[in-house]
Design a protein around this ligand. Structure first.
Ligand code: 5GP
Length: 139
């Protein structure tokens, strides 16, 4: 399917809608999920226009996983998380709701339940506080 350049992450990349940013380089952007499944839930996207993993260039895929690893390390430190869960959904049938490829990074504590979709919007100040904690843990 052709890439839809009006999806929300494309708009975030173009600066048309706000996001609580954690990290940015020339190929990727990491920011807080606006409807988090758990405190510290964040997203990493490539700047390349690609809907899913099958559409992304090898260079884009390399940059995406590199930033995901970097931010995941910081999330683990910032949230003192014994576990880190990465999620990456491709296509509506797999549950993908935003058609611009992204990795979810979720800090996990044993025994804490996790609901993937249908969460309420989080308070932006709370998200900014979490982003600051993660930024402080980036190397
Ligand atoms: P998917 O279901 O496509 O794997 O995940 C999309 C994620 O994007 C969801 O976790 C959802 O909460 C998040 N999301 C949707 N719209 C926005 C938005 O406008 N800003 C941010 N920061 N996250 C969004």
């Amino acid at each position: 399917m052709a890439y839809d350049s009006n999806n929300v992450f494309a708009k975030i990349l173009r600066g048309e809608i706000p996001s609580v940013k954690i990290y940015e380089d020339d190929k990727t952007l990491a920011f807080m999920d606006i409807m988090p499944s758990i405190d510290g839930h964040c997203l990493v996207i490539p700047k390349e226009a690609a809907e899913g993993i099958l559409d992304l260039s090898p260079d884009g895929a390399a940059a995406l996983i590199k930033t995901t690893q970097k931010v995941a390390r910081a999330v683990k430190t910032a949230f003192n998380a014994p576990g880190i869960m990465l999620l990456q959904l491709n296509g509506e049938a797999a549950g993908q709701t935003v058609p611009h490829i992204h990795f979810h990074i979720l800090p996990r504590q044993a025994g804490l339940d996790l609901k993937l979709h249908g969460k309420p919007m989080e308070n932006p100040d709370k998200l900014r506080g979490f982003a600051d904690k993660i930024k402080a843990a980036l190397d």
